[in-house]
Ligand binder design. Structure first.
Ligand code: PGA
Length: 249
């Protein structure tokens, strides 16, 4: 049985004070929600505030990215030990906005994933095709490329620690959610690769989240798919009431 993960990606929104305000409203709404793991990924500058606000709850806090090195001359980067010291336990890696605007490649995504694992953070590794790739019928090819150039570079022990998020780029922030069937089909492709590379049991245990315009209105139909083990939520995770409704799908 795979325990669902419902993760919020706040992107570049909210200050520490707004973070505290969010948790004040959000905490009571999810106090009984033990059916899933809840993860909130605020900007780096809010990690400490989020950890403090989530203290005493089961809500986990994650970063949105992680440097591949432990420390060094890497202006603008934040390392695993720094994220851990702030009290976070997860990190998103390879989000499509990082790939699109900040030059992330399969290689850097893998390096960042390895750094997360080295420092004891659970990576949520994002994959997904762009609109033109889907229109050209290349979705499967893209997912296979991302898998084989990235995740396949882990060893079995490392693989057992990761969560994958399938986020079709055309569905992110556009209001165009993938249908539950489209999402489940992509998840099947990913799981098949995972089984082939890491063995049946490891592939079956892998949690694959769907992300892209998840809202309170579509969360339960997505989660009704056996292949969908949770959601990675952007815009709709900023509102405590709406995100609690997604958690309690
Ligand atoms: P969205 O973003 O829910 O706003 O579409 C999802 C994501 O980028 O993780």
């Amino acid at each position: 049985m795979r325990k669902p993960v419902i993760a919020g990606n706040w992107k570049m929104y909210k200050t520490p004070a707004e973070t505290a305000g969010f948790f004040e409203k959000f905490r009571p709404l999810v106090a009984q929600s033990s059916h899933c793991e809840i993860v909130i990924c605020p900007p780096f500058t809010n990690l400490a505030a989020a950890v403090e606000a989530a203290n005493g709850t089961a809500i986990a806090i994650g970063a949105q990215n992680i440097a591949w090195a432990k420390e060094g001359a890497f202006t603008g980067e934040i390392s695993g030990p720094m994220i851990c010291a702030a009290g976070a336990t997860y990190t998103i890696v390879g989000h499509s906005e990082r790939r699109q605007y900040f030059g992330e490649t399969e290689e850097t995504v893998l390096q960042r994933t390895l750094a997360a694992l080295e420092f004891g953070l659970q990576p949520i590794v994002c994959v997904g095709e762009r609109l033109e790739e889907r229109q050209d019928g290349r979705t499967e090819e893209v997912l296979l490329r991302q898998f084989h150039h990235g995740i396949a570079g882990l060893n079995g022990e490392q693989f057992a620690q990761i969560v994958i998020a399938y986020e079709p780029v055309w569905a992110i922030g556009t209001g165009m959610t993938a249908t539950p069937e489209i999402a489940a089909e992509a998840h099947r492709v990913i799981r098949e690769q995972a089984r082939a590379r890491f063995g049946h049991e490891a592939g079956d245990a892998l949690r694959i989240l769907y992300g892209g315009s998840v809202k309170p209105e579509n969360a339960s139909s997505l989660m009704a798919q056996a292949e969908i083990d949770g959601t990675l939520v952007g815009g709709a995770s900023l509102d405590p009431v709406g995100f609690a409704a997604i958690v309690n799908y």
